[in-house]
Write a protein that binds this ligand. Structure first.
Ligand code: NAP
Length: 303
């Protein structure tokens, strides 16, 4: 039986695994953390066709159970090296080498950091990258959210239900987030917009106490008291492991078309790690399916 190694157990990786086993292959998913990927941080899925108001964690659990029922193998260990150029592909994980006939890379993307003083030191002590994971710590308190995309505005909406005050800090006037989310947030009386502004420093001894916010138009900097800050300024890929073997675009995403084929035969890129215009749950699932079908077609032709 042909073996497909899948790097990443998020929506793209798990969907690829479902299609791979249903296509008659053996699928092994390598996941360095918890299965589910980014969607586990979403309180409520609202825009996946046919799934309405399901929590990201529940969705991820169902997907995982589906994979296990179909016979997908999960190894909860990160991939530390990859040799992809030969017919047999080798992935190193947990100090062992694993051989595959095809590899699907679905390793997602990592949280972007502000890079300001105090951020790293106070991570886990007021600085967070996941409102649905850590929001409950700020019940009745003041929290800030940084960013102007869907994640930031959804985080602010989520926090406004339990926090005393929520400050949304964004570097421009315009938002990338869906208009409906922006409008919903504007209706919340305890949400305050601080626009054209950037975070210069996060302050506090053992726990965050305030942050310094600078208006980029006037140059004025203010000290804003808050117990928590949720950094939601997007994600970036982590494909250093594959550079030199696979083509990356200028932002570090893996170059692959809608069929998810990379420049190497038998190697596919699926989900947020792939260079593409739209990164959503639905496009991650679509990529997983496309990558596994491309892999199965390659393996059939190769025999
Ligand atoms: P995003 O759409 O890339 O937005 C990132 C935001 O952070 C932008 O507003 C950006 O500002 C700002 N930003 C970036 N770097 C910054 C920095 N160094 N300092 C300050 N601000 C910075 O990221 P995202 O919101 O995490 O979303 C990622 C993808 O997932 C998107 O495709 C999004 O649509 C999708 N998503 C969808 C949903 C949904 O459909 N319900 C929910 C969550 C996420 P500028 O605008 O000025 O560049």
């Amino acid at each position: 039986m042909n073996r497909i190694g899948i790097i990443g157990g998020g929506t793209a990786g798990m969907t690829a695994a479902i299609y791979a086993v249903r296509g008659g292959c053996q699928a092994t998913v390598f996941e360095q953390a918890m299965f589910g990927g980014q969607i586990v941080n979403t309180a409520s899925i609202e825009n996946y066709p046919g799934l309405y108001q399901v929590s990201g964690a529940d969705y991820a659990m169902k997907l995982y159970e589906q994979c296990v029922a179909l016979g997908v193998e999960f190894l909860f260990s990160g991939v530390t090296a990859a040799r992809l150029e030969d017919r047999e592909k080798i992935l190193e994980s947990g100090g062992k080498e694993h051989a595959f006939d095809a590899v699907i890379i679905a390793n997602g993307a990592q949280y972007r950091k502000l890079g300001c003083p105090g951020e790293e030191r106070l991570t886990g002590h007021g600085v967070s990258y996941c409102a649905t994971c850590d929001g409950a710590f700020y019940r009745g308190k003041t929290a800030c959210v940084v960013g102007g995309g869907n994640t930031a505005l959804e985080d602010a909406l989520f926090l406004s239900a339990t926090c005393k005050e929520v400050y949304l800090i964004h570097r421009r006037q315009e938002f990338r987030a869906h208009q409906a989310t922006v409008e919903a947030l504007r209706k919340r009386e305890n949400v305050h917009f601080i626009l054209d502004s950037v975070v210069e420093e996060i302050l506090g001894e053992d726990h965050m106490e305030s942050l310094v916010v600078k208006n980029t138009v006037t140059g004025e900097a203010v000290n804003l008291e808050a117990q928590g800050v949720f950094v939601a300024i997007g994600v970036s890929p982590d494909n250093g492991l594959f550079s030199g073997q696979l083509e990356l675009d200028g932002s570090g995403y893996l170059k692959a078309g809608e069929d998810c084929c990379t420049n190497l035969p038998g190697v596919y890129a699926a989900g947020d790690t792939r260079s593409k215009p739209l990164r959503q749950l639905v496009t991650a699932a679509a990529d997983g399916a496309a990558a596994a079908v491309s892999a199965a077609a390659y393996l059939q032709l190769r025999e």
